[in-house]
Design a protein around this ligand. Structure first.
Ligand code: MIG
Length: 815
């Protein structure tokens, strides 16, 4: 409806090519008065109006921040961690008529008189201009001319089409079990819109935490309309030479994912709920007995006493220490769920202490807001302030004391059962670190601030351990605190497709650590759907099977004939297929761990849309059913039932199947995809780092395998550290770099490593393209030793040379 209203307000005057002719635009004096003065401080240009102000700042990464607001008070961003630069470092012209900033990739102008704002990229790609803004009692409305741009991505967790052009989207964290395509909004809000096509890219980050809405060419084909229900217009224009650079810069602005513990990237098993204790132990033995690898078991709400946070059910978990000890001995980690609702019950220690410290959210009348969630009537911590976050962080001492390894924050949209809006009253009062805010202003950051409080608490309680926090709700910047999963999906192929579509767009919004409930949360997948989803999960950053209460058993061995009988037989082919898929995750671990390391440093997603890596390829912008995993792998998951092959688009270069070495040139090809073998290809020229199978990351694999996917020359690298402590931050890691060269002298691999960490592999295997002559390999170490390699044949046209593993390896020559 409000879009109709906008049409009345909007004027039709695109900027001319010089970005100068704003005269046809209306004055917005009606909403914040007329221009008074323009001031330049060290870090900002500040423009005063009768009843508002605007401000221009520059961030070093090529980002221009424009604020336009009513009134004078300002709010500190929850998302942005970067500081604005001194203006003197840039070419800035500022006077009353025009402020312009020249950046490497283009020019940004702001006209104080009309509030026109525009970006002209240097490479001649589409410009973008704010052509009107208006504030009134229902918030703000801003309209942009998008000048012919038709590819927009990002906006976080949305089941809208891959390309957001032509869509409307809302930002309001919402709990919608069994959501469907185009149902919006969902659990998370990341208001970053990424324009990207072969001509260039830019990002528009709207850092306003009120309910907001986007209309991306849906009502008017060349306009983007943005509306927020309150607050200031806070736009970060992110420049860059292509989408990857824009995404990297956004991650500089909002922060990077910290390195997770390695067990958090293994396979994880969950359901609502595994209980009592004995069932949990049986589950653990179920994996080990069948030799199906698994790292983590999740305990959903039934481990608690009457769903009360930071308690154990005395009936179902009478000896949690013993259970945790046994699970740890079996090589499992344990993650427990923690919701925000604290049972309103005198005598319950968490409630009493929270009351004492005054940490719960209040209504306007000063009484606590009480809402129903799992424990019944609950109060809710006000994670928006430091005192509450500290208090909350401290609560985890209880579960850590029993040996719990990681934490899963659910229901933090926040979701409430018995209020009409399914959340807190919009005028509930939050105490911020400075000042107070109504719930309507901070609703979208409540979940992220809960995850933050959890992480900060864990870091304080166990400073040398990397925490795993998993969250359902989040906001821009949430990657700093927690991994996230896409909530209560459904067991269908349609939902499997939605998961990928969401991942591709969440990834470019700065959050690399994402996953979906494998198999679909609600409903029961048949064996085929489960295996297909497991195949996709194997190449999802976060890899966890989870299902709703009363669902059929969902262990990898539960899909044999006779249905999903609990902990059923083992000889069936589905179990074999599922074991092979999970084995692959563990074989790929060096490659996956390296992808995490890279993401934690460069901010690029782990699961990447094709256009991010092939910005000049027109087709790459349309492909929403394939992705790149890290920098070497192309994955084309099977997303339809009843098929054993699919069409795959291969971007520039040559690609080899990881299963049979079959090579594909760029373009479209029909590719075999029998159940269990999601099509995965290695980029020509890559050196792939894999390892022999282990049952969990608590085991050391025997063999590190380097596969050289070329017969000319190339380079590759992989990353190792202890996988759990913070020691890597002070240099205890190993960055293993390898170059490969082949010529008349034979073949030569040279190793040059950075860092002191010593992986404990026993063997180093080198897989190389097979040639007619049998070859001999000699390894030299930097302490003068020489060792001969053992030759064996591996499949797919590869020959393998095996050596004892040594971090002292300098070179391997093959003749
Ligand atoms: O109201 O804890 O998305 O993963 O199993 C449902 C029970 C609450 C929602 C989560 C889901 C979890 C479930 N929770």
């Amino acid at each position: 409806m409000f879009y109709g209203l906008i049409m009345l307000i909007w004027l039709n005057s695109p900027l001319n090519e010089n970005g100068g002719n704003m005269s046809a635009l209306p004055q917005i004096g009606s909403s914040i008065g007329s221009l008074k003065k323009v001031d330049k401080t060290q870090n900002a240009i500040i423009v005063d109006y009768d009843s508002g102000k605007s401000m221009v700042e520059i961030f070093k990464t090529g980002i221009v921040h424009l604020t336009i607001q009513r009134g004078n008070s300002s709010r500190k961003s929850f998302a942005v961690i970067e500081k604005p630069e001194e203006l003197s470092r840039y070419k800035v012209d500022a006077d009353k008529d025009r402020i312009s900033v020249s950046l490497k990739d283009g020019t940004v102008s702001y006209l104080p008189g009309t509030m026109g704002f525009s970006y002209f990229p240097k490479n001649g790609s589409n410009s973008v201009a704010l052509t009107g803004i208006r504030f009134d009692d229902s918030g703000l409305v801003a309209t942009f001319d998008i000048h012919g741009a038709r590819n927009f991505y990002g906006l976080g967790e949305k089941t809208l089409p891959f390309n957001k052009y032509g869509s409307r989207a809302t930002m309001w964290n919402s709990d919608f079990p069994a959501y469907s395509a185009r149902l919006d909004p969902l659990y998370e809000s990341i208001p970053l819109l990424l324009k990207a096509d072969t001509s260039g890219a830019y990002g528009l980050f709207f850092d306003n935490t009120f309910r907001s809405a986007f209309d991306i060419g849906a009502s008017d084909s060349d306009r983007l309309v943005y509306k927020a229900a309150g607050g200031a217009f806070e736009l970060y224009l992110i420049t860059g030479k292509n989408a990857a650079e824009v995404v990297q810069r956004f991650s500089e602005l909002t922060g990077k994912m910290p390195m997770p513990p390695v067990w958090a990237i293994g396979y994880q098993q969950s359901r609502w709920s595994y209980y009592p204790e004995q069932k949990v132990l049986d589950l653990a033995h179920g994996f080990r007995d069948r030799e199906i690898p698994c790292d983590v078991i999740y305990l959903d709400i039934n481990y608690m006493d009457e769903y009360k946070c930071f308690t154990w059910s005395p009936k179902d978990f009478p000896t949690p220490e013993n259970m945790l000890d046994t699970l740890h001995d079996l090589g499992f980690k344990v993650v427990t769920i923690i919701d925000p609702g604290i049972k309103d019950e005198k005598g319950y220690r968490v409630y009493d202490s929270g009351l004492n410290e005054n940490v719960f959210v209040k209504k306007t009348d000063g009484n606590y807001f009480i809402g129903q969630v799992w424990p019944g009537d609950c109060v809710f911590p006000d994670f928006l302030n430091e005192k509450t976050r500290k208090w909350w962080g401290e609560q985890y001492r209880f579960l850590l004391g029993y040996g719990v390894d990681g934490f899963w924050n659910d229901m933090n949209e926040p979701s409430v059962f018995n209020t009409s809006n399914k959340t807190f009253p919009l005028d509930a009062v939050h105490e911020l670190d400075s000042g107070t805010a109504e719930h309507s202003e901070v609703h979208n950051v409540y979940g992220m601030e809960m995850a933050r409080a959890t992480r900060e608490g864990l870091e304080k309680l166990e400073p040398n351990k990397r925490p795993l926090v998993l969250t359902r709700a989040s906001y821009a910047g949430g990657q700093r605190y927690a991994a996230m999963w896409t909530g209560d999906n459904f067991a269908s192929f349609a939902h499997l497709k939605l998961a990928l579509a969401m991942f591709l767009n969440i990834g470019v919004c700065g959050q690399p650590f994402i996953g979906s409930d494998v198999g679909g949360f609600i409903g029961n997948p048949d064996a085929e759907l489960f295996s297909r989803w497991l195949e996709f999960g194997c190449f999802s950053p976060f890899f966890r099977t989870h299902s709703v209460i009363n669902s059929a058993q969902r262990e990898p061995w539960a899909f044999c004939a006779g249905g999903a009988s609990a902990f059923g037989g083992d000889s069936c082919s589905f179990t074999k297929i599922n074991r092979e898929i999970i084995n692959r995750r563990y074989e790929m671990l060096p490659e996956i761990y390296t992808a995490f390391r890279n993401a934690s440093q460069d901010g690029l997603p782990i699961l990447r849309p094709l256009y991010l890596c092939f910005p000049d390829n027109e087709e790459a912008y349309k492909i929403s059913d394939e992705f790149l995993f890290g920098s070497n792998l192309l994955v084309a998951p099977v997303l339809d039932s009843g098929v054993v092959s699919r069409r795959v688009y291969f971007p520039d270069g040559t690609w080899s199947s990881i299963y049979d070495g079959q090579r594909f040139e760029s373009g479209w090809h029909e590719v075999d995809a029998p159940l269990g073998r999601t099509p995965v290809f290695v980029r020509d020229g890559a050196i792939l780092f894999t390892q022999s199978v282990i049952q969990s990351t608590s085991e050391q694999a025997d063999t590190l395998i380097l596969s050289v996917f070329t017969d000319t020359t190339t380079k590759g690298s992989t990353y190792f550290d202890d996988g759990e402590s913070m020691a890597y931050k002070s240099g205890d890691f190993l960055d293993m770099r390898v170059s490969y060269d082949s010529g008349s002298h034979g073949e030569l691999l040279r190793f040059s490593s950075k860092g002191e960490f010593k992986p404990q592999y026993k063997f180093l295997a080198i897989d190389m393209v097979e040639r007619t002559l049998p070859r001999q390999g000699v390894m030299k170490t930097n302490d003068g030793q020489e060792m001969k390699g053992k030759i064996s044949k591996v499949k797919n046209g590869f020959v393998r040379l095996t050596f004892p593993f040594s971090t002292k390896v300098e070179s391997i020559s093959v003749k």
